[in-house]
Write a protein that binds this ligand. Sequence first.
Ligand code: PHE
Ligand code: NA
Length: 460
Amino acid sequence: MNAREQWGTRAGFILAAVGSAVGLGNIWRFPYVAYEGGGGAFFLPYLFALLTAGIPLLIMEFTIGHKYRGSSPLSYSRINKKAEWIGWWQVLISFVISTYYAVIIAWAMSYSVYSFGLQWGGDTEGFFMEGFLQRVDLVAENGSIGSFGGFVPAILIPLILVWVITLGVLFKGVKRGIELANRIFIPTLVVMFILIVIRAVTLDGAIDGVNAFFKPDWGAIFEPGVWVAAYGQIFFSLSIGFAIMITYSSYLSKKSDINNNAFIAGFSNSSFELLAGIGVFAALGFMAAQMNVPIDEVVASGVGLAFVVFPEIINTFPGLNTTFGVLFFGSLVLAGLSSLISIVETYVAAAQEKFNISRKKAVAFGGGLSALVSLVYATQGGLFFLDTADYFINEFGVALAGLVSVVAVAWFLKLLPSLQSYANEVSDIKIGAWWRVCLGIITPVVLGWMFLQNLMTNIQ
Ligand code: PHE
Ligand code: NA
């Protein structure tokens, strides 16, 4: 066996971890979750979740990868043979996420192109649901493969492009692939997004939007659901519980810092969320002012925000519409790609180690399989499948993946004390008993509650 691959620099690792964390969740999920969860008041549960679960779990995963030097299944099996399935469970969830995450990035690519000449027209919802998604048939109505105006430009070419880029990067390996890609993507993304925010906050009505976002509804912090939402956001947003951070940290050199890196990654991701919250609500404030309606009527998240509301905002934009559109959808593409790369790497690394094959073979098989599966969402019923997968991941996947690993590590494997001293040995910042309390008690209780609550609402 060759020596394990390694990051070239510390900054390279941090950029890759931040690249994984900063994704669609920051741009289209956080602003909405925060607004619904009490606006300015949401920052209390949010920061609490970041400090009691987000960063502690990041430290735990970084330490496991750093110490056991393997993909998630291999690391867990080195801890204890019986724990290997935890890694596979995380890898499976990552696989599912990757198949639909890729499709959304492909849509954003199409929409970057549609920004030229505002090709979505005046009825942006109709265009997305019918003009765009309906053209996403593998086979057009007349039985032939869609013409150039149909299926091909709508989804197939961008989807292939997404996979070519992702698998191409992974093919190149850790240093010259993943690290290099993130070195390019992340600074570019930050510059593009800052431009968007600057433009957005200077629009008419932007201030009202931003005010609506920050206006605290203190009553919200007495609702358990808001706390659950904060934890859910932190887990998804930091990509923890999905085998990713274990895999990435397994490529650290022996002497690398753990704790400090976790704080840097955690706070960078949250800074990006805050920035996105301001940008998105400034744009929504502008839209509400144009339509002369209260902000509540234009607030949206997810697919609706990105592919229906934003095109509408871009339509009414005072000049440079295309530039703004390209910047917005381009940001989605870059944020998405850097996350997708990290998700796919979890099963590439796992397959490589489990079957003792080369990275290139693992990329071809693992990546090829997910690329094929992602075509399912490119069919007529695609949006339905995508919604279903996304729903289950958010309702159960996030809580279960985190819960299983944290309970196993803290309570069954009783690993916290040894991980703590391992992390402290290589790190500038030292972690203490609070870290064990967060992981051993607070996080399992919240995640367990979150899981049960979601189960109950789904059974009803
Ligand atoms: N953290 C990414 C985001 O905020 C999403 C993601 C979740 C990526 C799970 C990988 C795994 O969008
Ligand atoms: Na994120």
